[in-house]
Design a protein around this ligand. Sequence first.
Ligand code: ADP
Ligand code: MG
Length: 267
Amino acid sequence: MSDLPARVLVLANQKGGVGKTTTAINLGTALAAVGERVLLIDLDPQGNASTGLGVERRDRAVSTYGALTGDHSLAEACRATNVPNLWIAPSTMDLLGLDLEIADHKDRAFKLRDALRRLADTEDGQRFTYVLVDCPPSLNLLTINAMAAASSVLVPLQCEFFALEGLSQLLATVEQVRANLNPGLSIHGILLTMFDPRNNLATQVVADVREIMGDKVYETVIPRNVRVSEAPSHGKPVLLYDLKCAGSQAYLRLASEVIQRERRLAA
Ligand code: ADP
Ligand code: MG
């Protein structure tokens, strides 16, 4: 089996509602807009990334569940979206039961890594330059599979009082995966999301997180923006829904920052 030429970035935070899915969709779109070929893998049983990119539930006969169980290949689960250069492997509720189904498999943490390696043996797989994995709000076996398959982890943090709560547990999990499953794993960066400049507390949270996490924190901060939250109900990334809004512009800046960091890591 070959290795994927793509960088595999995992969006993880065991807290829900911090902007993982929103970032997966819109960073994926922004990377695709600048010419990258992006595959978004939906590993959340809720399937919000799939819905947000317009994949109806009835069109998910082959999904990430089948790709992880081995009933299907990941290539079969991939489909084009209405964004050029962006593909998605959608998820279904079946993923909820996967933990238990594979609990006694020796390779239970490597189901996604191996599915990606098999994808790399196909012509389509070789074309992807970025794979983004949207994780569920939990440090469960799905998230471990994502980290075991990843080059690096992108951690969205919401600009609110409890932003840092849980971060040390998340970083410890990344460390464990690096030590035991995937020595190449790194933290790509920490992304501050849903920033509201009128809120003094949010400004303080940004300062605190930058002080503690230093240059791990992306310069780009994603503003709280109603267009960002409206877009998924239209089955579109915000970049297609309203390119000029502050949210779209922030995700375009994030994409160029991500690419710059990648170049630095590769150098
Ligand atoms: P997670 O995947 O971490 O659970 P989501 O990406 O689903 O989080 O975001 C949680 C909610 O916040 C969603 O309703 C989403 O539309 C909204 N949201 C995310 N980012 C923004 C933003 N920048 N501005 C406004 N609403 C946002
Ligand atoms: Mg989500």
